[in-house]
Design a protein around this ligand. Structure first.
Ligand code: P6P
Length: 335
């Protein structure tokens, strides 16, 4: 049987051999992984754990929070605040940034996360996940403010997600490709199950919420219409559609077998660039996709080049198989 490589060993070897991961970052990633294990256990209890259903509260997005949203957020805060590797955290579930309390040592990293993405699926037992992004605290800034978090996605030093599905799988990049680790529940450890993940440049599978079709702008309507015409149409091939309504699960499928995922701007909220959040959904997922040979744009520009103006700002997302993303982008830009 092939030797099992744990997440810890993988990160130590990345640190030692590749010099990609300073020890503080390695420690941070191990803490995040342990927090994801705890979240996985809470998710897997479901109704038995009394964690289903909604809390009677709303988050900064104005969305009703599920009990598990709050639990997952608390698990990530409590796991990460004392380790000495972080200066502050930001979460989809918190209006403002969370400064590491003075009683703990301050570190040089900033951690951003969507603690439980896809929470509309929690109560119906469909895969959900945690998305995280790591930035470096800007040099010289004495304290930490929200402004320190407003860095383009290209500045990330680590990004990943943990999908809570039939398996619990941690997917990670530190800028040297994408690796996947499956949770061995008996051992309680994440085990390396795939390295150098690659997304095929072409695909026959698109992921979009078709019920919004009448609200899309023309380039998206053109692209999807051509897919729907199948082999008789201009694409000359039939397409399949998937929509799990859980970004982590949809992106995991794309990293595993290719495809294109789209949550584009639509005229329901004309003043919002899109539904998904830039800092802790689109940026980490876009870096993972690019590190696996795919592409990610907002229809017009590379998502990782977008200079953020606000912590919770939204963005239109088109990501996945490079040739398909390039096509959709060309329909927007005419290039
Ligand atoms: P809709 C989940 O709420 C989420 O933020 C993403 O995970 C998912 O891709 C999208 O929203 C689903 O949105 O409008 O199809 O329910």
């Amino acid at each position: 049987m092939a030797q099992r490589i744990s997440l810890t060993r993988y990160l130590v070897e990345q640190q030692r051999e590749e010099g990609h991961i300073p020890s503080q970052l390695r420690l941070l990633l191990e803490v995040v992984a342990r927090a994801c294990k705890s979240i996985s256990q809470a998710v897997n209890k479901g109704a038995l754990g009394g964690v289903l259903g909604s809390a009677d509260s709303e988050n900064v997005q104005g969305e009703v929070q599920k009990k598990l949203d709050i639990i997952a957020n608390e698990v990530l805060i409590e796991a990460n605040e004392w380790g000495g590797h972080l200066a502050a955290m930001a979460s989809e579930e918190m209006d403002s940034i969370y400064l590491v309390p003075n009683r703990y040592p301050q570190g040089e990293y900033l951690l951003l996360f969507d603690p439980l993405d896809g929470s509309s699926n929690i109560d119906v037992n469909v895969s959900i996940g945690t998305i995280f992004s790591v930035l470096k605290k800007p040099e010289g800034s004495p304290g930490v403010t929200e402004q320190d978090f407003l860095q383009a996605g290209a500045k990330q030093v680590a990004a990943g997600y943990c999908v809570y599905g039939p398996q619990t799988t941690l997917v990670l990049t530190v800028g040297d490709g994408v690796s996947m680790f499956t949770l061995d529940r008996e051992q309680g450890s994440f085990v390396l199950t795939q390295e150098n993940v690659r997304i095929p440049a072409d695909t026959k599978e698109f992921a979009i919420n078709m019920s919004n079709m009448r609200h899309w702008d023309e380039p998206v309507k053109r692209y999807i219409d051509e897919c729907l015409q199948g082999k008789e149409g201009p694409r000359g091939k039939d397409f399949n559609m998937r929509w799990i309504a859980s970004m982590v699960a949809d992106v995991h499928r794309i990293l595993t077998r290719g495809g294109v995922f789209m949550y584009p701007w639509d005229k329901r909220e004309p003043n919002k660039p899109g539904k998904l959040r830039l800092m802790y959904e689109a940026n980490p997922m876009s870096w993972l996709v690019e590190q696996a040979g795919g592409a990610a744009t907002n229809g017009r520009q590379r998502i990782l080049d977008i200079e953020p103006g606000q912590l919770h700002e939204r963005v239109s997302v088109i990501l996945g198989s490079k040739n398909e993303v390039d096509r959709v982008t060309s329909y927007h830009t005419g290039v």
